[in-house]
Ligand binder design. Structure first.
Ligand code: HAM
Length: 423
């Protein structure tokens, strides 16, 4: 059992599915090229302290979900639960603050969180994310949101909903925190055990609670939106102007606080109506204090990340990603004498960027043709028998059933022609 099952919360991605992943990743990379984000690849593990300090000791991610271990040199290390902290660390380590700002970076890769696995929630999952440093502009936040929105749209998920909020800054959040603590103080008995603890350590996270007992107070609770300082208020107004300008529909969700402590001002989340409980398709926001928290000079930042597994799930719900990639050509052999020529033909077709396949199990001709049909190849080339001895092959269009005898000298051209490709 242990040897034949991947660890709980992890999965293998097999060729037909990996193909869908590749398409999503390519789309993400293409968007990053257009929006001018450069790729960064950071280690899969970092010093534990990087995450506990940046994501926040009190967050679920740090307090419950990290894969932390001691290596043989007694260092405390953690498999990255997210990448923003790693990118901030790299930004400082490589003095990117000395480069022209904003510095715009993106990443695609696995993250690790020890959470209870369920549909859309894994212990090893994958994110595509972007981070931009060195600008406080709400227009940059709007541009990041636009990039994310384009990704969903271009992949075929038009009904993803955008929620935005502002979580203020170090000036307006502390007084709001106190207000919130005051509000919940006489209601402590009615809060869930988690929120009773959050009340003392991180009362804003109460607003993120899914328990009905806690949510029942939300109608009267003071919202941060009504308690922002003038600077955060006008930043939030400008963000909304920017979104309207880009024609991006959004909803202000005053309870959106997100599960990581580093956010300041803008926070946002994309919600899919197709994902059930794990409905967050991606999210992000601004983190103007984070570089400083990690030991650097005051440097604003903003970013977002999306879970690739969740995009795939949403696409499946849409019924859009079922198709497997079919080969363009299946090359069948009538007898073993033709096999060396089959291999040359495969080599030459691949050199012309045609995807093609042959049998490697010594199947009969009938079984090969069945295999060709099952693979949904567009064309089948048959080599062997009298025709082969006369220097010819049979070319069959699998959709129409039409067959042609083609001279072996011109078979590549005939295939390309049938595939509507440049000869
Ligand atoms: P996050 O909201 O924790 O933010 O994760 C972003 C996305 O990763 C989620 O919306 C979800 O799609 C996906 N995700 C999270 N946990 C899991 C899981 N256990 N299984 C599958 N998918 C998951 C961040 O990580 C921030 N670093 C985003 C950010 C970047 N903020 C600013 N810059």
């Amino acid at each position: 059992m242990l040897l034949t099952r991947a660890p709980r919360g992890t999965r293998d991605i097999l060729p037909p599915e990996a193909e869908k992943w590749r398409r999503i990743e390519e789309k993400a990379r293409e968007l990053c090229r257009l929006y001018r984000y450069g790729e960064i690849r950071t280690p899969l593990f970092e010093h534990t302290e990087l995450f506990s300090r940046s994501v926040g000791e009190e967050t679920d991610i740090v307090s419950k979900e990290m894969y932390t271990f001691e290596d043989r040199g007694k260092r405390r290390l953690t498999l990255r639960p997210e990448s923003t902290a790693s990118v901030v660390r790299a930004y400082l380590e490589h003095n990117l603050n000395a480069a022209p700002q904003p510095v715009k970076l993106y990443y695609i890769g696995p993250m690790f969180r020890y959470d209870r696995p369920q549909a859309g929630r894994y212990r090893q999952f994958h994110q595509f994310g972007v981070e931009a440093f060195g600008s406080q502009s709400p227009a940059l936040d709007a541009e990041i949101i636009h990039l994310a929105d384009q990704l969903y749209r271009q992949l075929g998920l038009p009904d993803v909903a955008l929620e935005v909020n502002s979580v203020g800054c170090r000036r307006c959040r502390p007084p709001y925190r106190e207000k919130l603590q005051g509000f919940f103080r006489e209601k402590l008995e009615s809060l869930c055990p988690d929120c009773r603890q959050r009340h003392g350590t991180n009362p804003l996270r109460i607003l993120d609670c899914k328990e009905e007992t806690c949510r029942s107070h939300f109608r009267e609770v003071p919202t941060l939106g009504d308690n922002l300082c003038p600077e955060c208020g006008s930043h939030f107004a400008a963000l909304q102007e920017g979104l309207k300008n880009l024609n991006l529909p959004y909803r202000v969700n005053p309870f959106l606080v997100r599960g990581l402590d580093y956010y300041t001002k803008t926070v946002f989340e994309f919600i899919s109506p197709r994902l059930g409980a794990q409905s967050s398709l991606g999210g992000g926001g601004r983190y103007d204090d984070l570089v400083e928290v990690c030991g650097g000079p005051p440097t604003p930042g903003s970013g977002f990340a999306v879970g690739l597994e969740r995009i795939l799930l949403a696409l499946e719900e849409e019924g859009l990603s079922k198709e497997e990639e079919a080969p363009e050509v299946y090359v069948a052999s009538i007898d073993a004498g033709a096999l060396p020529r089959v291999d040359l033909l495969l080599r030459d077709l691949r050199a012309k960027k045609v995807s093609c396949e042959r049998d490697f199990l010594g199947r009969s001709l009938k079984a090969q043709l069945k295999q060709a049909g099952r693979s949904r190849a567009r064309l089948t080339v048959l080599l062997g028998g009298d025709e082969f001895r006369e220097g010819k092959a049979l070319l069959k269009d699998m959709a129409t059933g039409e067959q042609d005898t083609v001279s072996l000298d011109s078979i590549i051209d005939a295939v390309l022609d049938n595939l509507d490709r440049e000869v």
